[in-house]
Design a protein around this ligand. Structure first.
Ligand code: PLP
Length: 418
């Protein structure tokens, strides 16, 4: 459920007409709904109400905007971060350091040091040398680093290959078969408080079965580790729950997901951590765009919009589907291709799709753009960096400026020997 709805023939974000935002902020622009973010945060937490000790960390790579993070911090969410930059954002948005989990397959020594100095809640170790380096850095500071070991359960999450992370050949985690021996070597390091395990098998999962299989393997591993004498107090089960992108898509609900998680983890007697990203932010945002031209095509006309792959990369990266709707639908329909201005054939949002009939100057939205949208934006083709707007009831604020090419150019130099 979201708060982007038609009222008197006009699309609104909560109580603000999207046409007003387009007139005042310009297009393209991301528009987020605070009420939708809060609702998703609440519903996800309620789904996990069967779990006694719970820590929720929003995977901020899905949407690292400071205002979005503040909304989620106020809803009691910590942050799952994958870089020093994301850690800085989480802290700046008011996420308490102890609520921050540091994931990521390539943390630098400098990032590890900064995170130790900030006193973050947990390091999710990706391999043994990283754990050894962290232990050494912590010991040098006279502290112990709270950590869990990320294991790769070799489960096919059944999602797009580029967002599948839990198969043996993927780069993430350590093979579950080697986890026990590695755990033993790491847990004895001075400076290391190795207290559990983590997994994250992929994103946009539409089926609970792979998650259940992975959680079950984690349960077996916990029993083995305890049998080896380790004190297992924390388990991080990652994120990955999918969201509906197409009309008619049915995804497992947070309640169904939570019931499965509670059933599989019964008796584990640990603090359970989850790192939802997309399921919180995906449907809480749209990309607002204007039709520039309608150009004849061989089979269907091309609707050329002012948003492009640099603003919303998912269709070009993952062949992703984003529903398109007119902001003021006129009741007619057309079959069209939708493309952006970037000089790449991949800059195409849809081919041969039935959509609201639109003409040049009409406004439209791409739905479900609140996750992995603005955060992946670039300035490719020397386009501006897309702005972000947060709506709250009948008010809104620009929460990230449009960065113009002139500003980007100002950071470039032509050396005086040219
Ligand atoms: C990307 C990621 C997540 C979030 O995934 P979603 O599919 O957005 O829920 C959680 N944990 C880790 C380690 C990730 O890399």
């Amino acid at each position: 459920m979201d708060h982007f709805t038609l009222r008197d023939g006009q699309l609104y974000a909560e109580d603000v007409p999207l046409a007003r935002i387009a007139a005042e902020v310009g297009t393209p622009a991301y528009v987020y709904s605070r009420a939708t973010l809060e609702r998703h945060a609440r519903v996800f937490r309620e789904g996990l109400s069967g779990i006694e000790r719970l820590h929720l960390a929003f995977a901020i790579k899905a949407n690292p905007n400071l205002a979005v993070l503040r909304v989620l911090a106020d809803a009691g969410y910590g942050a799952d971060v994958v870089s020093g930059g994301e850690m800085a954002r989480a802290l700046a948005a008011g996420v308490p350091a102890e609520g921050i989990v540091f994931s990521g397959v390539g943390k630098s020594r400098q990032e590890l040091e900064r995170a130790l100095d900030a006193g973050i809640g947990q390091f999710n170790l990706e391999h043994e040398p990283e754990g050894m380096a962290l232990a050494t850095l912590a010991a040098a500071r006279g502290i112990t680093a709270p950590a869990v070991l990320r294991v790769n359960p070799d489960v096919d999450a059944g999602t797009h290959a580029k967002i599948s992370t839990g198969r043996a050949e993927n780069k993430f985690g350590v093979p579950i078969s080697e986890a026990r021996a590695m755990f033993g070597r790491l847990a004895t390091q001075p400076g290391m408080k190795l207290r559990g395990v983590a997994i994250h098998i992929g994103s946009q999962l539409g089926d609970l079965a792979p998650l259940e299989a992975a959680y079950t393997r984690v349960g077996e591993l916990i029993a083995e580790l305890r049998g080896d004498g380790h004190d297992i107090t924390h388990v991080d089960l990652g994120g990955g729950l999918g969201v509906p992108y197409r009309p008619g898509d049915v995804m497992p609900s947070p309640a169904e997901f939570g019931a499965m998680a509670a059933r599989v983890t019964r008796g584990w007697n640990v603090e359970l951590m989850f790192e939802p990203g997309r399921v919180i932010a995906g449907n809480a945002g749209v990309l607002l765009t204007q039709v520039l031209w309608v150009k004849p095509g061989v089979l269907h006309p091309y609707v050329i919009v002012d948003a492009a792959m640099n603003d919303l990369a998912r269709p070009a990266l993952y062949d992703a589907y984003h529903a398109f709707e007119a902001v003021a639908p006129n009741g007619r329909r057309m079959t069209a291709n939708i493309a952006g201005p970037v000089c790449e054939t991949g800059d195409t949002f849809a081919m041969g799709r039935e959509i609201d009939a639109v003409e040049p100057c009409d406004l439209g939205i791409f739905r479900t753009a609140g996750a992995y949208g603005a955060t992946m934006a670039s300035t490719y083709n020397s386009r501006a960096l897309v702005p972000e707007v947060l709506v709250d009831g009948d008010r809104y604020a620009v929460v990230a400026d449009r960065i113009q090419p002139e500003t980007i150019m100002a950071a470039e130099r032509v050396p005086d020997w040219l």
